[in-house]
Design a protein around this ligand. Structure first.
Ligand code: NAI
Ligand code: 15L
Length: 267
């Protein structure tokens, strides 16, 4: 084990439930948090449910953790009020907790491709590319990356902001042939981020080794992550199940796909 206590936020979510069982080799103790009931604690687990918008609770949550996998938050488009509480206040509260904690944690922030979603699918992006959020959700991920950057420059807290593409058991449509990341590749990335001696504050695109990828991680090769999986074996199945999106469909035009065509959710 390389960590003493790893905090996983969003532990009841899609990725949180996967990572709860797949990261047990990384830490002596795994502290789990989400809003709701987290079920029964295993011997190596601590359960600390709370709302990310609750500053005092989040500061207590972070205290004593040397690693944080921050998956908690609003994970699709929503009214600003919802996004503000979970992704703006929540991110600030987490980093204030990290700054005040007796142990400075290394943090993985689950950012999203929706921070860059309005780039065309014909473009190739790297960590230097400008952000082009495709909704308030995407804007909140840009904010999160900025919080991580500021706490690194001001206080030396190290964060990897991972712009996750589509992390599901399988790619579900043609767009995801470009954006898909397997759970296994995500686990390997998390291992490398916690193992690398000096992390800094990189932005890393979270995608498997897809032939149709739009993203280039060459500038952030130093953690030594090489994704092993590829969406290509799923292409025939997707072709058989659905037509590819038509030329003027957001799913064919933009990296963020359908999020780009959605309106704003009013409060
Ligand atoms: P999810 O929606 O299944 O899980 C998010 C969890 O956060 C939920 O269990 C929810 O209860 C919790 N949460 C939401 N608001 C909260 C609050 N105010 N206080 C405490 N907990 C709160 O999302 P998923 O798919 O597991 O994604 C995890 C993270 O990765 C999210 O931050 C998401 O934005 C990001 N991400 C995921 C992608 C994917 O393909 N699954 C793609 C890009 C980013
Ligand atoms: C995300 O950011 C969402 O959290 C996830 O549910 C997917 O929609 C993913 O992006 C995607 O773009 O496929």
């Amino acid at each position: 084990t390389m960590l003493n206590r790893l905090l996983i936020t969003g532990a009841n979510g899609n990725l949180g439930r996967e990572m709860r069982t797949r990261l047990t080799h990384l830490a002596k103790t795994i502290r789990l948090s989400d809003r709701g009931d987290l079920g029964a604690a295993q011997a190596h687990e601590e359960l600390m449910p709370c709302d990310l918008g609750d500053k005092q609770a989040v500061e207590e949550l972070v205290e004593g953790c040397d690693g944080i996998l921050h998956l908690g938050g609003q994970s699709v488009e929503a009214p600003l009020e919802v996004i503000r509480n979970a992704n703006l206040d929540g991110m600030f509260n987490l980093y204030e907790g990290a700054r005040k904690s007796r142990v400075t944690p290394r943090i993985i922030f689950a950012s999203s491709n929706h921070a860059i979603g309005f780039h065309k699918q014909t473009e190739r992006l790297d960590a230097e590319s400008v952000t082009r959020p495709d909704g308030l959700y995407g804007v909140s991920k840009v904010f999160g990356e900025a919080i991580a950057s500021m706490y690194h420059d001001k206080f030396g807290i190290e964060t990897a902001s991972v712009r996750i593409g589509s992390c599901f058991p399988e790619p579900k449509n043609h767009r995801m042939l470009s954006t898909w990341m397997s759970h296994e590749d995500f686990v390997r990335l998390i291992e490398r981020i916690f193992i690398t001696p000096r992390l800094g504050c990189p932005i890393i695109y979270g995608a498997s080794a897809n032939a149709a990828s739009w993203w280039d991680n060459r500038e952030v090769a130093y953690p030594g992550w090489t994704p092993q999986d590829s969406s290509e074996p799923f292409r025939a199945k997707i072709d058989a199940e659905m037509d590819p999106p038509k030329g003027d469909d957001a799913n064919a035009l933009y990296q963020g796909g359908g999020f780009c065509a959605d309106g704003i959710h009013e409060d």
